[in-house]
Design a protein around this ligand. Structure first.
Ligand code: GAP
Length: 454
C-alpha cells in the first residue's frame, strides 16, 4: 500500500484526519480519530505493560513539557539541535541536505558524518535535483533550529524564552535522584515515560512518520559502567521482541548501528522497519555514558551521584536509553496490518490484521435485523463494554457491517439474532478466518478476554 492510499484509508475509517483540515490544514500535523485514538492508546498501554508494569526495576514518571530553559542549555539542544537545510531557489521548497543525499543514493550513502561542505559537494557532483520541481538551483546549506520557542512573562514587555521539549528523556534525567530516593531504588534501575515532544522539522512528511508534534515512549536505565554493554544488548533484544510481539514481521525489521557517534557515546543502534518509503528508523537504543547526569550536575549545581548503600561508593551512573515514537510505531502497525483479500466468491475485502490486544475495538455488537434484535443487542453491548472497548452498529446489511469491522481491525463480531432471543446464544465471527461459532452470552466476556491478552 502506498502512503497516500494509507492516508485516505485512515481518514475514511476514522483512524487519522489531517490536522486543522477545515482551515486548509496545517502541514504535518494529524488528528487521531475515534478509531485511531483507541489504537494508539493500546500501543502505549502495551509498551507500558511490557517495560514498566512487568519490570520491577522500572519506574514511570510524567514530567512537565515546559521545563527550566537551563535544561536545554545543559543538554546541548540550545547550541546544537539543528538540521542542515537548503532551499530550492526555483520552487522555494525547503529540504534537509542529508535526506536529499540518502534518498538519491537509496540509502547506500549515509550523510550522518558529513560536514555541510561535504554534503554540498556530493549534491553538486551528483547533480541532485529538487524532488519537487526537478530544478537545480540550490541555496547554501545552513543549520535550521529544531526547537519550538515560546515565552513566559508576568510583566508586560519582559519575557523569558521557554521551549517545547523536543524529547521526553530530559524529564527522566532531572528526576533521577527524586525517583531513586522516593522509590528506594538501587542501581541498576530505569525511569520511563510516555509523552508529547515537539520538533520544528524542516521536511516533515510521510504521514505519521515525521511530524512536528509526536509522542515518545522513552526509558533510561541507570547502571554501573561495567554493566552498561550488557544492558545495551539486553534492550536491543527486548526492543526487537516487543515490536515482533505486536505483529511486525521479522523480515521487515533490522538493526542498524550508527555510523557517527556523539563524543560521549560508546554505541548506538536503531531498529529499522521497512516502511512503504523504505527502511527507516523505528526506535533507537543509545549508550549515553555519564554525559546527561554530568551535564545536569554541572548546570544545576546539584550532584546527581548515586551512593551505593552496599559499598558506600559514590558515582554517576551510565545511561542506556531506549526510545520509540508512539505515532511512528502506530504507522508501522497500520502498514503491516493492511491487506486486500480476494474471497472465495470473487469479491474483495480490506482487512486490518491488528493483534487483538491492539485492535481499536475488541468486539462489535451487531443486531441481525434492527427492528427485531436491537433491544437485546444493546443489552449485550452494555455487558461487553464494561469489560473492553466495544462498538455497536445497526446500519446497513450484515455483510457490509462485517466489512467495516474488518477494515478497522475488530477481531470479533457478535451477531444477535432470533436464536439469541429464544436461547441466549450469540454468533461470534472471527475477523481473520471469517469462521463463526455459537456461544452463550455469559461465555462471551471470558472468551474474548482470553484472546486479547498481551
Ligand atoms: N531521546 C532520544 C531521542 O529523542 P530520537 O532518535 O531523536 O532520539 C526517538 O527519537 C524516536 O522518536 C525515534 O526513533 C522515532 O520513533 C521518534 N521520533 C523522533 N522524531 C520524530 C518525529 N519528528 N515524528 C515522529 N516520530 C519521531
Amino acid at each position: 500500500m502506498k502512503m497516500e492510499e494509507l492516508v485516505n484509508y485512515c481518514k475514511q475509517y476514522g483512524f487519522v484526519f489531517p490536522g486543522s483540515e477545515i482551515y486548509g490544514g496545517f502541514a504535518n500535523t494529524w488528528d487521531f480519530g475515534p478509531v485511531g485514538v483507541e489504537l494508539k492508546n493500546n500501543v502505549k498501554k502495551c509498551w507500558w505493560k511490557r517495560f514498566v508494569q512487568e519490570d520491577s526495576k522500572t519506574y514511570g514518571v510524567d514530567a512537565a513539557i515546559l521545563m527550566n530553559p537551563k535544561i536545554w542549555a545543559a543538554s546541548g539542544h540550545i547550541d546544537s539541535f539543528s538540521d542542515p537545510k537548503m532551499d530550492c531557489k526555483k520552487c522555494k521548497q525547503r529540504f534537509r541536505a542529508d535526506n536529499l543525499i540518502e534518498e538519491y543514493s537509496k540509502g547506500v550513502v549515509s550523510a550522518e558524518g558529513m560536514t555541510n561542505e561535504e554534503m554540498m559537494k556530493y549534491i553538486n557532483d551528483n547533480h541532485i535535483v529538487c524532488p519537487n520541481c526537478h530544478g537545480f538551483n540550490w541555496s547554501d546549506i545552513r543549520q535550521f533550529k529544531l526547537m519550538f520557542e515560546t515565552s513566559r512573562g508576568t510583566v508586560e514587555g519582559e519575557k523569558d524564552t521557554v521551549y517545547l521539549r523536543p524529547e521526553t528523556c530530559q524529564g527522566e534525567y532531572v528526576n533521577f535522584l527524586n525517583v531513586q530516593r522516593s522509590m528506594r531504588a538501587k542501581v541498576p534501575f530505569a525511569i520511563a515515560q510516555i509523552g508529547k515532544s515537539f520538533r520544528n522539522e524542516i521536511t516533515p512528511g510521510n504521514f505519521l512518520f515525521r511530524t512536528i508534534e509526536f509522542e515518545q515512549m522513552e526509558l533510561q536505565k541507570f547502571c554501573k559502567d561495567a554493566q552498561a554493554m550488557d544492558v545495551f544488548n539486553d534492550y536491543k533484544k527486548r526492543a526487537l521482541q516487543f515490536v515482533e510481539d505486536l505483529g511486525l514481521s521479522s523480515d521487515k525489521l533490522r538493526f542498524h548501528d550508527h555510523d557517527k557517534l556523539a563524543h560521549y557515546a560508546k554505541c548506538a543502534c536503531d531498529i529499522q522497519y521497512q516502511f512503504p518509503i523504505g527502511w527507516e528508523e523505528l526506535n533507537g537504543i543509545h549508550h549515553r555514558g555519564t554525559w546527561d547526569l554530568s551535564r545536569h550536575s554541572e548546570y544545576s549545581g546539584e550532584k546527581l551521584e548515586y551512593l551505593d548503600p552496599d559499598t558506600n561508593e559514590k558515582y554517576l551512573p551510565t545511561i542506556i536509553e531506549y526510545s520509540i515514537g508512539a505515532d511512528r510505531l502506530t504507522l508501522a502497525l497500520l502498514c503491516e496490518g493492511y491487506q486486500k483479500e480476494k474471497l472465495a466468491d470473487g469479491s474483495e475485502r480490506e482487512v486490518m490484521h491488528l493483534l487483538p490486544a491492539l485492535a481499536p475495538y475488541k468486539v462489535a455488537v451487531l443486531p441481525l435485523i434492527k427492528k427485531n434484535h436491537s433491544a437485546k443487542a444493546m443489552e449485550v453491548f452494555n455487558l461487553l463494554s464494561k469489560n473492553f472497548s466495544t462498538t455497536y452498529d445497526e446500519t446497513a446489511n450484515i455483510g457490509k457491517r462485517y466489512r467495516r469491522e474488518d477494515a478497522i481491525g475488530t477481531p470479533f463480531c457478535v451477531t444477535i439474532d432470533d436464536n439469541t432471543l429464544t436461547s441466549n446464544m450469540v454468533t461470534i465471527r472471527d475477523r481473520d478466518t471469517m469462521e463463526q461459532i455459537s456461544l452463550r452470552i455469559e461465555d462471551v466476556v471470558p472468551y474474548i478476554e482470553e484472546k486479547i491478552k498481551f
